[in-house]
Design a protein around this ligand. Structure first.
Ligand code: SF4
Length: 302
């Protein structure tokens, strides 16, 4: 899709406002789908997760790609992207000083190697897209919709392209080095989530959901249809009902899978001989305050 103005059909402002009771992000929904106990650890216990180098590299590459489109189209070259890596890293460290602790103090060689690895992922990006020919309609945009009259679904999409005929393309950058097969279903679930939000708010089913695997320099396109999104909507609502039931019963069971290799909470997981902490007495935090920060779900989303 080439550079074109945004055609944005906004929701009907005269429609009665629904009474939103809860919210769900694609990351949290995918957590529950992957493993209910993982959902509990992240969303109810809110256990801290120390980001890995790989996740932080993903954050950095996303930041560079976002800034790249601030440049005039003709200036969006691999060299320009490479020039953004160090300044974006400095910005991230200033905003989140804990990121600097990923590397031993004074270990400039490790930091330089990290920045080079981020630049290598950007080469993968340029192998599959030419940003000089694109003018994204939205980047890092928070989108949301209410489904089933009371559930707010929302998330940040990496990029939205709009074609001259109004067709939408949702683009998600994948930067992780983990085997794709382990994460592809989760990634597609996330994209369908965005497609559902766009369909419900703009009345347009996205023509393409695109995963860009930067490490492999590969593109995975998927085209949903309205029937599929309708079924997906029922799935999301059913998922939320299951989360509510599990919360009421304080019953979140582990579901071991290959994704356990990327889980930060094995030590507390019964499937690995651990014991979860007592269920929080105050109950889960207000789901309407569930905001995403990148990486939204360390290890699993990238
Ligand atoms: S280790 Fe596996 S089964 Fe246990 S909480 Fe994590 S993802 Fe779930």
């Amino acid at each position: 899709m080439t550079a074109e103005p945004v055609i944005d059909t906004q929701p009907d402002p005269t429609a009665a406002a629904p009474t939103v009771r809860a919210s769900l992000s694609p990351s949290r929904a995918a957590d529950f789908k992957t493993c209910p106990l993982l959902y509990r650890f992240r969303s109810i216990d809110r256990l801290p997760e120390r980001p890995t180098v790989e996740q932080v590299r993903g954050t950095l590459v996303h930041a560079v790609l976002e800034r790249l489109f601030d440049l005039p189209a003709g200036a969006r070259t691999p060299e320009s992207a490479g020039d953004l890596v160090a300044p974006q890293w400095d910005r991230l460290v200033t905003e989140q000083p804990e990121l600097a602790t990923l590397f031993a103090e004074g270990d400039t060689a490790a930091v330089e190697g990290f920045l080079r690895s981020a630049a290598a992922l950007l080469e993968g990006y340029f192998a599959v897209e030419d940003p000089r020919r694109l003018e994204p309609a939205e980047r890092e945009a928070l989108i949301s919709a209410v489904v089933d009259d009371e559930l707010l679904i929302r998330g940040y999409l990496d990029r939205l392209d709009v074609a001259p005929d109004g067709a939408l393309r949702v683009v998600d950058y994948k930067t992780g080095g983990a085997p794709r097969e382990a994460f592809e279903a989760r990634a597609l679930f996330q994209l369908k989530f965005y497609a559902l939000v766009l369909w419900r708010t703009r009345g347009v089913v996205p023509r393409v959901l695109r995963l860009l695997y930067l490490k492999d320099a590969e593109v995975c396109d998927y085209s949903p249809d309205a029937d599929e999104l309708l079924r997906f909507e029922r799935t999301v609502v059913a998922l939320w009902q299951a989360i509510e039931q599990a919360t009421a019963r304080q019953d979140f069971r582990p579901r071991p899978s290959r994704l356990c290799d990327w889980c930060s909470h094995q030590a507390l997981c019964p499937s690995f001989g651990g014991t979860p902490p007592p269920f929080p007495v105050a109950g889960p935090a207000d789901p309407l305050t569930d905001a995403r920060s990148r990486p939204a779900a360390p290890g699993a989303d990238e």
